[in-house]
Design a protein around this ligand. Structure first.
Ligand SMILES: Cc1cc2nc3c(=O)[nH]c(=O)nc-3n(C[C@H](O)[C@H](O)[C@H](O)COP(=O)(O)O)c2cc1C
Length: 168
């Protein structure tokens, strides 16, 4: 798929078929994740794709939507706010690094014909406890991964000239 079609086809998918994700697709997605840039190239994250039933159930208990249970795989992105680069004022840049690696993941999954959905509205403390994640690590985002069994919501964005300006 051409890059711009990948970008256009990437939508949040909230319903999944009961079909496994091919391991070759997972390998290619893993390389796309690995190539993500990060501040000072610190790569202060660890990306997990959970296929294991028991662990997926634990993850689902930390997020309220039932459709997550349908996904054959769930990506979990851990970040380390201590080891990441800090701005000159001291603010950790971890959310940006996580955002980039997560977007590499969702775009690579789209190129593989797979659906994803960024999820951040889970109980962070419960999630970290359920997965045995200890500070300074924390789960920053999760996403289902699998073949879509639902249409995305209607596409809705602000006007282009409000979001993107070319200044000459
Ligand atoms: C950082 C972030 C967090 C999000 N968290 C959730 C979430 O917890 N649950 C959910 O259903 N969608 C979540 N979304 C998906 C957004 O609702 C979705 O990207 C937005 O409505 C645009 O729709 P689209 O992805 O289909 O283009 C999140 C997206 C981002 C970027």
């Amino acid at each position: 798929m051409d890059f711009y079609n990948v970008v256009k086809n990437r939508r949040s998918i909230r319903g999944y078929k009961n079909a496994a994700v091919p391991s070759e697709a997972l390998e290619r997605i893993g390389e796309a994740v690995r190539s993500a840039p990060s501040a000072c190239n610190i790569q202060p994250w660890s990306f997990r794709v959970v296929l294991n039933d028991e662990m997926r159930q634990k993850i689902c208990q930390c997020y309220s939507a039932d459709w997550l249970k349908e996904a054959p795989a769930i990506a979990v992105v851990l970040g380390n706010a201590e080891s990441c680069w800090k701005r000159l004022e001291g603010d950790p840049i971890i959310s940006m690094d996580i955002g980039i690696v997560m977007e590499h993941f969702v775009l690579a999954a789209t190129a593989e014909g797979l659906g994803t959905c960024w999820i951040c509205a889970y109980d962070v403390e419960k999630m970290n406890k359920a997965l045995g994640i200890m500070a300074p690590w924390s789960v920053y985002a999760i996403s289902p991964l699998g073949y879509a069994n639902a249409e995305p919501r209607e596409f809705d964005r602000k006007p282009l000239d409000e979001l993107f300006k070319v200044i000459d």
